[in-house]
Write a protein that binds this ligand. Structure first.
Ligand code: F6P
Length: 468
């Protein structure tokens, strides 16, 4: 039994839900949650343990004060503040202007600065020095995402000998893209500090193993990477959602009232729904153009359908995100200006954050959910939408370039770069007969219920605790 194999689970991630439960305000936490927090939080709530990360706040102090400790339910949160400079260089800089575009295969957006890389390593060292005194023998330490790749090395340097695993929530790029980064070999070497490395899909794991073998030497036996430094297990663990909770939220009286209001507000027209953080990897402009193309090529759909695009503000101090917002604002204005009638606005654009419970009501009512990232590690919106459908299910339109497409094969799979093709697929989704919708959804919901946040967590921890 996994839970008996270690005494306490210690999760480390840059972002924690303390904004939701503790230190900062509720809206801050919700605004920035993202897939990592929404999957880990329920899983950790069931097990209890320690969650360590950045508080989301800036401090003026140069030296780091000890972590803020907040207990909520069975979880002990320990968070540290970062200085303005660290937030700029580590988070907004190296993490989100170098690693993020690189891992999502946008090499032309990668911006390299030596001082930002130094800040990245420094902040990882700070995380390790602040976390190490809180660790106890018997803990299993699970590190999350690209912000913290060197954390394992730093913890080992301080003397941590216990279990140590790492999960990457983004794609892992092919070696030719990864090695654009002058520090690629160093980051690959950092991966050797862990006993288990986890990825969402076979392809990401393969890319990582190829990079390890070609840049550092060593071999892969199908399960573990072997080098002079020892063996590191490399596994595939698809992240999921909590389908039972989403189904409950979607069926609640509150969701029913919210859905009715929504349907009335579009005057009974069909609803296409998009839900994303406002990020250039999400393909929002391409989706807006596809919707415009639908109205242009199939005028019978004018006045009969509305696109509701929910975009949660994200990384608002990073210039590429400011630019993306401008572009989305411009496109929404142009398309609405071109097609709106006195009693119909084709695109409703909601630049704000909704709670997951509120989103369930949108999912329930949407005839089509359009999830079309240009590249995405997994994408939980796709799974949440499926979980929120019932007897008269809507249609999921899904990009082939997100991790979820490896599992959710009964969705309408599209190429988000092909705007004309997406317009045709949208039409097909809007016109799909009930029997086909039901058949697809039944296959999809089985998959969504088989791979959940809980199974993801259990399988990773089972491998971490059984690793030699
Ligand atoms: O899922 C990838 C991820 O970067 C998470 O690590 C993160 O919590 C989420 O997206 C939201 O991003 P941010 O923490 O930068 O707001």
């Amino acid at each position: 039994m996994v839970l008996d194999a270690y005494e306490r689970l210690v999760v480390v991630s840059n972002r924690t839900p303390t904004g939701i439960e503790g230190g900062a305000t509720r809206s801050e936490g919700q605004r920035t949650a993202g897939g990592l927090v929404s999957a880990l939080y329920p899983a950790l709530q069931k097990r209890g343990g320690l969650w360590f990360g950045w508080s989301g706040r800036a401090t003026r102090r140069q030296a780091h004060a000890p972590p803020h400790l907040v207990r909520h339910g069975g979880i002990q949160f320990a968070t540290i503040d970062l200085s303005e400079e660290e937030i700029n260089d580590f988070y907004a800089g190296f993490c989100n202007r170098a690693l993020w575009p690189l891992f999502h295969c946008f090499p032309s957006r990668v911006r390299l600065r030596r001082e930002e890389y130094r800040a990245y390593r420094r902040v990882n060292r700070t995380f390790a020095t602040q976390l190490f005194p809180l660790l106890k023998a018997g803990d299993a330490v699970w590190v999350h995402d690209y912000h913290l790749i060197p954390l394992g090395t730093e913890l080992r340097r301080l003397g941590w000998k216990g279990r140590l695993g790492f999960f990457l929530h983004t794609p892992f790029p092919p070696v030719d893209i990864l090695t654009i980064l002058p520090f690629a070999s160093q980051l690959l070497a950092d991966l050797n500090a862990y006993e288990v490395l986890g990825f969402h899909t076979q392809r990401y794991r393969q890319n990582c193993v190829d990079a390890l073998c070609s840049e550092l030497g060593g071999t892969f036996d199908g399960q573990a990477y072997h080098s002079e430094g020892g063996a590191v297990r490399c596994g595939v663990y698809a992240i999921g959602t909590d389908p039972t909770t989403f189904a409950r939220w979607a069926m609640s009286t509150q969701a029913e009232m919210q859905s009715k209001r929504l349907r009335r507000s579009v005057r009974g027209r069909r609803i296409v729904l998009g839900v994303d953080r406002l990020d250039y990897t999400k393909g929002i402009p391409e989706r807006l153009l596809a919707f415009e193309r639908l109205l242009e090529r199939y005028p019978a759909w004018q006045r009969r359908v509305s696109l509701i695009q929910i975009s949660a503000p994200s990384r608002t101090r990073v210039p590429e995100y400011i630019e993306q917002k401008r572009e989305v604002d411009r496109l929404v204005g142009a398309i609405n200006g071109r097609f709106s009638e006195e009693d119909w606005v084709p695109i409703r654009y909601l630049y704000r954050t909704y709670s997951q419970e509120e989103l369930a009501a949108f999912y329930r009512e949407a005839d089509v959910c359009i999830v079309t990232p240009l590249r995405d590690g997994m994408n939980l919106v796709a799974k949440e939408y499926v979980a929120s459908q019932t007897a008269d299910p809507g249609v999921l339109v899904l990009s082939r370039f997100c991790g979820a497409a490896e599992e959710l094969r009964e969705a309408v799979i599209v190429n988000p770069y092909d705007v004309d093709g997406m317009a045709d697929d949208l039409k097909r989704a809007l016109e799909m007969p009930l029997a086909e919708r039901q058949e697809r959804w039944q296959a999809l919901i089985k998959r969504v219920c088989a791979v959940t946040a809980q199974t993801w967590c259990e399988q990773f921890l089972a491998d971490l605790t059984s690793a030699p």
